[in-house]
Design a protein around this ligand. Structure first.
Ligand code: FA5
Length: 341
């Protein structure tokens, strides 16, 4: 039986040399250490042996079992280490490699200009008031002294919705009425930024959607001088001390008198070029003294109150500041354009 044990041990250890993976190692365990393994049969027969033989064979059988258990544990650990080494070589991590750059977002040029405008007017004591983009015909036109069939409606090509009397605001001016009705009878000094929509022929200077910043000041002794002073100061803070501006008389149904403010053309420096249509000037805003009818619609008595209002285009201002020749770049989502700001 001792010889049999030697053979069992030798056969098991020889077989272990051919074991290459976890699955065959498990098969080996079942074959050589499992319930029906030859070694286990030796243990089963111990009871039948004589008193003299039993301790001798029993000790040897236990030695063989311990030896095989150890060989199994060693082989298992060796295979685990080999697998780890394989993974480390295959999935090598070079910690000295420079990292992949993370694309950083940046603010859209319109947002940047809007924030500058907010800062300038905040310094002058103006608050920001947000008004709705979907408006009623009443607020967008009627309350602003533009009744139905008034020829001035042609100045604003309008996107109408399927709901009667509901449209996308063509300018931020309807916000004037909302502010006045909310603030009456207090004096007002607000700016109203936001998106406007017009059904226009798109060109280098005209988009169907664009931002406007409306301004409104209402109080007891507000004059056209205050309007000119405020807007001239704005232009100096926005474009620099040297900037040249001019006011031209104009017409808006909701202001009287009305004007437009031009800034010297950034491209030709005032000589006249394609961008400024040869005039040397670029219009950036419309303005005027709030019409008595509009004051009354807002709840303010025009005999006791006066006010000025203006509406400017931040994209046009951004074009001047950054020398952008075409307004269509703003909403074309071309990152090559956007990355420059
Ligand atoms: C108005 O919209 C008036 N509501 C402005 C106003 C407010 C006048 C208060 C008096 C008192 P206008 O249509 O000119 O006016 O537009 C004002 C500014 O918005 C323009 O000077 C221009 O900078 C910008 N703007 C107008 N239309 C477009 C367009 N299609 N694309 C880009 N910017 C535009």
């Amino acid at each position: 039986m001792l010889t049999q044990l030697e053979q069992i041990e030798k056969a098991a250890l020889d077989a272990l040399k051919n074991v290459q993976d976890e699955a065959s190692l498990e098969q080996w365990r079942i074959a050589h250490l499992g319930r029906s393994a030859p070694l286990m049969q030796v243990f089963d027969q111990l009871g039948k042996l004589s008193k003299e033989e039993r301790p001798l064979i029993g000790r040897r059988a236990n030695e063989v079992k311990r030896g095989l258990d150890n060989a199994l544990a060693e082989q298992s650990e060796a295979m685990r280490q080999a697998a780890l080494a394989r993974t480390l070589t295959a999935e090598r991590l070079d910690v000295t490699l420079p990292g992949r750059p993370i694309g950083r977002g940046r603010l859209h040029p319109s947002t940047q200009i809007l924030r500058q405008i907010y800062r300038i007017f905040a310094d002058m004591g103006f608050q920001i008031y947000r008004s709705r983009e979907v408006e009623s015909d009443e607020y967008n036109f009627e309350m602003l002294n533009i009744p139905a069939h008034h020829p001035a409606r042609d100045m604003w090509d309008t996107f109408h919705t399927t709901a009667p009397g509901v449209l996308l605001r063509t300018h931020t001016s309807p916000g004037q009425i909302h502010v006045m009705r909310e603030y009456y009878p207090q004096p007002i000094r607000v700016i109203l930024p936001g998106m406007c929509f017009r059904y226009e022929q798109i060109s280098a200077r005209k988009e169907t959607q664009f931002n406007q910043v409306e301004g409104l000041a209402v109080g007891h002794h507000i004059t056209f001088g205050d309007l000119k002073g405020t807007l001239s100061d704005f232009a100096r803070r926005m474009f620099g001390e040297q900037v040249r501006t001019r006011f031209r008389t104009s017409y808006f149904p909701f202001t009287e008198p009305s004007a437009e403010m031009d800034v010297e053309c950034f491209l030709c420096g005032g000589k006249g070029c394609g961008v400024c249509s040869g005039t040397g000037w670029l219009e950036i805003l419309g303005c005027g003294m709030v019409h008595p009818t509009v004051l009354r619609n807002g709840g303010y008595d025009p005999l006791k109150f006066s006010g000025f209002a203006f509406g400017m285009g931040p994209e046009r201002i951004a074009m001047l500041r950054y020398k952008i020749e075409d307004i269509r770049y703003f909403w074309a989502n071309d990152v090559r354009f956007l990355e420059q700001f």
